[in-house]
Design a protein around this ligand. Structure first.
Ligand code: SF4
Length: 217
């Protein structure tokens, strides 16, 4: 099997895997087409479990769901709302900074990585996720721990590649364009159900016969 055929086979088998199809959507997917909310949720999600991000963003949006209204909140209100996420003390400042910048920009969230990354608390991954969810711009693949780990195991990414932007570049060189949009969600679901971080379930994995299992003991 040549490499393009193997990659197509990986993709097709995964999207037809029952465990993956029945997995719940990520909290980010609730903010498709809503850039301001997507940006906040992406920023809050850094280093944080899915359910805690969901709780925090829902708390925050219940208090204020537009930039101007969010600027009126006290630090204490924001702190309490986002307390479920990791490093919430520092993220209070990021929430305020994002609300102020977006309000100053006429309520419009920027549509480029460079502009978004000028905001406090917005790194490459948060910016990519925001563009994908908020605007449907999928010029890059959102790289999280699942995408990076499974990319290496599947032999799509070099084992020495660590930085998310580099993982993204290597994946983009081998994955057809139409797969980029769905790759992150697919890997997140696959990484939570089968290709687990510590004990990958290779025996029941639909990719067992076409996976080189790089780094798997
Ligand atoms: S065969 Fe194992 S290492 Fe490869 S994708 Fe499946 S679970 Fe992950």
């Amino acid at each position: 099997m040549d490499e393009p055929t193997r990659i197509r086979e990986i993709y097709d088998r995964l999207i037809h895997t029952r465990d993956i199809q029945h997995w719940q959507p990520t909290s980010m997917s609730y903010f498709e087409g809503q850039p301001f909310k997507a940006l906040l949720a992406a920023m809050l999600s850094a280093q944080t479990r899915e359910e805690n991000t969901t709780a925090a963003i829902n708390n925050l949006l219940a208090l204020a769901d537009a930039p101007e209204a969010m600027m009126q909140l006290s630090d204490e209100q924001i702190r309490t709302a986002i307390s479920p996420v990791m490093y919430f003390e520092g993220k209070v400042r990021y929430v305020r900074d994002i609300a102020e910048h977006v309000a100053a920009n006429g309520g419009v969230v920027p549509r480029t990585l460079d502009e978004l990354m000028e905001y406090k608390g917005v790194g490459w991954k948060v910016a990519v996720l925001t563009l994908a969810m908020g605007y449907g711009i999928n010029d890059n693949i959102t790289v999280d721990v699942h995408v990076a780990r499974i990319g290496i195991r599947l032999g799509l990414v070099k084992a020495t590649t660590k930085q998310p932007p580099k993982v993204n570049e290597e994946l983009k060189q081998v994955l057809p364009r139409e797969m980029w949009e769905h790759w992150n969600a697919l890997m997140v679901m696959f990484g939570r159900t089968i290709c687990l971080p510590t004990y990958p379930q290779c025996k029941k994995c639909p990719l067992n016969d076409i996976c080189p299992k790089v780094g798997v003991k």
